[in-house]
Design a protein around this ligand. Structure first.
Ligand code: NAD
Length: 453
């Protein structure tokens, strides 16, 4: 954990993470947020051994692949041995009775999980048409993951992978999702599932610079989450076109210069926004591979007081522009080889939020758009996914009155707000070659926010 990570962790979290503050918080029963393990390109994927629970053929294959990643793999728990992660492979469930042995066995090892450790389940989704007992067993995993995530301490998280049709635990898309969950890239992702679809291959993946050779556009890149996305994609090897409104021109230029990218001053509600982005990508770099729709605005008002300007501007920026730009991208033959689109939604679009009917409509709309667009991109090997942030520490949330902000940032399983980088890491994962076959997902980056969960 570098010094920079401490510097941008909120003051309360720093105070209770050591010495007197830690003792005090414990005595008073105050939240004790941990300083999370976050991704650093040169750091180890995980510290401590990985226990793989499960006796299926899929579990065997998966354990062998983890050895190939240089991890210290255990097939049986050794009493008192500290663990970096526990992976529970439940790919052959036929009845809820079968959950008992593997899940209780994991329970017996939970106290040995290291700080910022990981629990990851691998199972199959409860799709329509299954035997009721099979569906019950499969859906049971959902309850287990979400509950265990709430029990874990010290920055540890629990997440799950759902295997799509024809996908096995050791298939490339499942392994890519597993690596994301094990790594510090998923620090603020807790109690969530990713569905792994059509398997590809991980043979040629460069884990240090997974976006090398790609060109990405990020909207709303002048500050906040968008600036973090631009920096993270550049760190992972992408050439970045950073887009924002002309009024944010100076900040935009600073971000673009810092990452040796290109600044494009553009209001994304312009009718020709998609075309202008494509034209710049192709004239400057000869390609465009990744689009991140991040720009967004809030104009909060209770619905009883909502005026047309507030409603219409939020819909125009947050969803109508994305629909129009995507239509332009998809109609252009140049953006055809396995394109990646990632949209920023919000937990407000999932759980709703008082005073945000316009914003929630736009963000729920993003989720609807992602589900409907995914099958259109699949034939070309492309993908569209959404990331739904919860409470993230940005200039926007810094303006929320102290008491409201303090409650909002603690109301999740990790008892802290996320950082813009946490959202950016999930987006970089979706944009990467390894995530081919992960399509149509909505991933919450919210520390398992208790709202709507
Ligand atoms: P922010 O206000 O700090 O940044 C948004 C950026 O988008 C700004 O630079 C702004 O100039 C730009 N932008 C706005 N309208 C634009 C337009 N028409 N054309 C081009 N650029 C435009 O916000 P943020 O906190 O960084 O949020 C980024 C995204 O994350 C948004 O979609 C937001 O809804 C979403 N989000 C944020 C949080 C949070 O806690 N901060 C939580 C959930 C979702």
């Amino acid at each position: 954990m570098g010094a920079s990570a401490h510097a941008s962790t909120d003051k309360y979290t720093q105070f209770v993470s050591r010495g007197l503050g830690k003792d005090l918080a414990k005595k008073l029963g105050l939240p004790q947020p941990a300083i999370l393990r976050r991704y650093e390109p040169t750091a180890a994927l995980l510290t401590g051994p990985v226990l793989v629970e499960g006796s299926s053929h899929g579990a065997e294959e998966l354990a062998a692949k983890l050895l190939g990643w240089g991890l210290d793999v255990r097939r049986h728990a050794t009493p008192k041995e500290k663990l970096g992660a526990i992976i529970i492979v439940l790919d052959e469930l036929a009845h809820p009775d079968e959950l008992s042995a593997p899940v209780r066995s994991v329970g017996a090892s939970l106290r040995d999980l290291l700080p910022s450790g990981r629990i990851v389940t691998i199972s199959r989704p409860a799709v329509d048409g299954l035997e009721p007992a099979v569906a019950a067993a499969r859906h049971g995993v959902d309850g287990i993951v979400r509950s265990v995530a709430k029990e874990l301490r010290a920055g540890a998280t629990a997440n799950g992978i759902l295997l799509g049709g024809g996908v096995e635990p050791a298939s490339a898309s499942a392994m890519a999702a597993l690596r994301f969950f094990l790594s510090g890239r998923s620090a603020f992702v807790d109690g969530q599932f990713l569905t792994a679809g059509t398997p590809g291959t991980l043979d040629a993946v460069d884990w240090e610079r997974p976006l090398a050779g790609t060109v990405a556009v990020v909207t709303g890149a002048a500050r906040g989450i968008g600036a973090a996305i631009a920096r993270t994609l550049a760190r992972d090897g992408a050439q970045v076109v950073a887009v924002d409104v002309p009024a944010a021109g100076d900040h935009l230029a600073a971000v673009a210069n810092e990452i040796h990218g290109t600044a494009l001053q553009l209001d994304i509600t312009a009718v020709d926004a998609g075309q202008r982005i494509l034209d710049l990508g192709f004239s400057r770099y000869g390609r465009l591979d990744i689009v991140v729709h991040n720009a967004g605005i809030t104009r909060d008002k209770l619905l009883a007081n909502m005026d047309a300007a507030r409603w219409d501007s939020v819909i125009a920026v947050n969803i109508a522009s994305q629909l129009r730009m995507n239509a332009a991208f998809l109609a252009d033959g140049r953006f055809a080889k396995g394109p990646r689109i990632v949209s920023v939604a919000s937990t407000s679009g999932i759980a709703g939020n008082r005073g945000q009917s316009n914003y929630a409509a736009s963000k729920a709309g993003v989720i609807g758009m992602v589900h409907a667009t995914a099958p259109l991109l699949a034939p070309s090997g492309g993908a569209i996914n959404a990331v739904a942030p919860g409470f993230i520490e940005t200039e926007m949330t810094a303006k929320i009155p102290f008491a409201t902000r303090e409650v909002a940032r603690r109301l999740n399983s990790l008892s802290q707000g996320g950082r813009p980088e946490d959202v950016a890491e999930a987006i970089a994962f979706f944009a990467s070659e390894a995530a081919a076959g992960i399509n149509g997902n909505v991933l919450r980056v919210c520390g398992q926010n208790l709202v709507g969960q």
